[in-house]
Design a protein around this ligand. Structure first.
Ligand code: ADP
Ligand code: MG
Length: 368
């Protein structure tokens, strides 16, 4: 059954040539022209879209039998509804909301999937020396990025929120799956990593059901399985954070994950400055220094997890960290003077990244 009402939780198949998909995707990272959609094999790409986790998700499958793929796409899309109901910070009924209410009173037992994301978050907190910190919630809220109007908080408000931030205040015991907060003011926000987790689980669901060539895209958090018809990989566009052209460059991805976090996604603008929704947990202020971070790695959770702290670290430290991490490769965009920005591309991605000809006048590419 096909139901066009995407936003009522049903899914809608969209049969489209890959080039057409490029035009309709309103996203940070997008599928950018992946070759012929028909050919000797009669395989083509078919997409199913839905609204979820405060954004959109699109599952694209290369197949010669789209009807047979529909239940697989449905199963993959159901993953996002489940993860949202566990990890959303926008509702009082999620598991994370319950944890935030209860974990300071007494140790509380948490759902296994939240445990997986929590363990990864605490590892990232250590590996990023605090640049990634899920206890950043009071700050994210103070800046208006968790509901209410976007705003620039006063120094006193920032100080008060900072006093409640720091992952050393949360204690997770994996064997018993219990979590405890040291302080009643502590809150967690999985918004910097939960999307990546959901994309990994959805892609795994496709894979175990025999789908070998597919792209799962949750607002720029993607897993690319196999390849589209007639191409060596899924070509993913890196969006221009300043919107001069749709995409600055394309990266060919196969059997890997990719995510982009950009200043353009959500921001507060005041006094000629724009403040992004990624907050430096050490200063309490939105990070500055980079306007876009793309991460390629084997897992979408690693990509989504790392894009946030690399942003916080800024251009120099982020290059050092990305180089140091074997499983993480980065593309960082640093704003420059005179309207010319620098795209820092990690050496391991050199052969796979193609700069759009139209970007040459305002992007200079440097490798690290
Ligand atoms: P999105 O795809 O929603 O843009 P990102 O991966 O860019 O997600 O993460 C941004 C979100 O992460 C913010 O909306 C906030 O919920 C959370 N966040 C902000 N700063 C940090 C931080 N320093 N560490 C961990 N999470 C953060
Ligand atoms: Mg992230």
């Amino acid at each position: 059954m096909r139901d066009p009402a995407v936003n009522r939780g049903r899914v809608r198949p969209i049969v489209a040539r890959a080039m057409i998909l490029l035009c309709v995707l309103p996203v940070g990272v997008a599928l950018a022209g992946s070759g012929a959609s028909t050919g000797a094999t009669a395989r083509r790409t078919v997409s199913w879209a839905a609204r979820t986790m405060g954004t959109y998700v699109r599952v694209t499958v290369a197949t010669d039998d789209s009807a047979a793929m529909s239940p697989e796409a449905d199963r993959a899309l159901a993953v996002f509804r489940r993860v949202d109901s566990l990890m959303s910070n926008w509702t009082a009924t999620s598991e994370v909301a319950r944890i935030n209410r209860e974990a300071a009173g007494a140790p509380t037992r948490i759902e296994p999937e939240v445990g997986v994301v929590l363990e990864a978050s605490l590892r990232l907190w250590r590996e990023s020396r605090g640049a990634f910190d899920i206890t950043v919630e009071p700050l994210v809220r103070a800046w208006g990025f968790l509901g209410g109007p976007r705003r620039v908080p006063s120094d006193d408000e920032i100080r008060a929120a900072l006093a409640r931030v720091g992952a050393q205040r949360i204690h997770y015991d994996p064997p018993t799956r219990t979590l405890r907060f040291d302080d009643p003011g502590v809150r967690i926000d999985l918004g910097g990593i939960a999307k990546g987790y959901a994309v990994d689980v959805a892609a795994e669901s496709l894979k175990v059901h025999g789908v070998s060539d597919a792209l799962v895209d949750l607002s720029g958090n993607m897993v690319a399985l196999g390849r589209p018809p007639g191409a060596g990989g899924w070509r993913i566009g890196i969006r221009d954070p300043r919107d001069r052209i749709p995409y600055l460059a394309r990266l060919a991805i196969t059997g890997q994950a990719i995510s982009t976090s950009g200043q353009y996604e959500q921001f507060v603008a005041r006094d000629g400055r724009s403040y992004g929704h990624i907050i430096d947990p050490r200063t309490g202020r939105p990070s500055e220094g980079l306007i876009s971070v793309t991460v390629v790695s084997p897992s979408a959770m690693e990509c989504d997890g790392w894009d946030t702290p690399l942003f916080v670290m800024g251009p120099v430290e982020a290059r050092r960290k990305a180089r140091q991490l074997d499983h993480v490769a980065g593309v960082l965009i640093e704003p420059g003077a005179g309207g010319v920005d620098t795209m820092w591309v990690e050496e391991t991605l050199r052969d796979r990244l193609v700069l759009e000809p139209a970007a040459r006048s305002f992007i200079r590419v440097r490798y690290f």
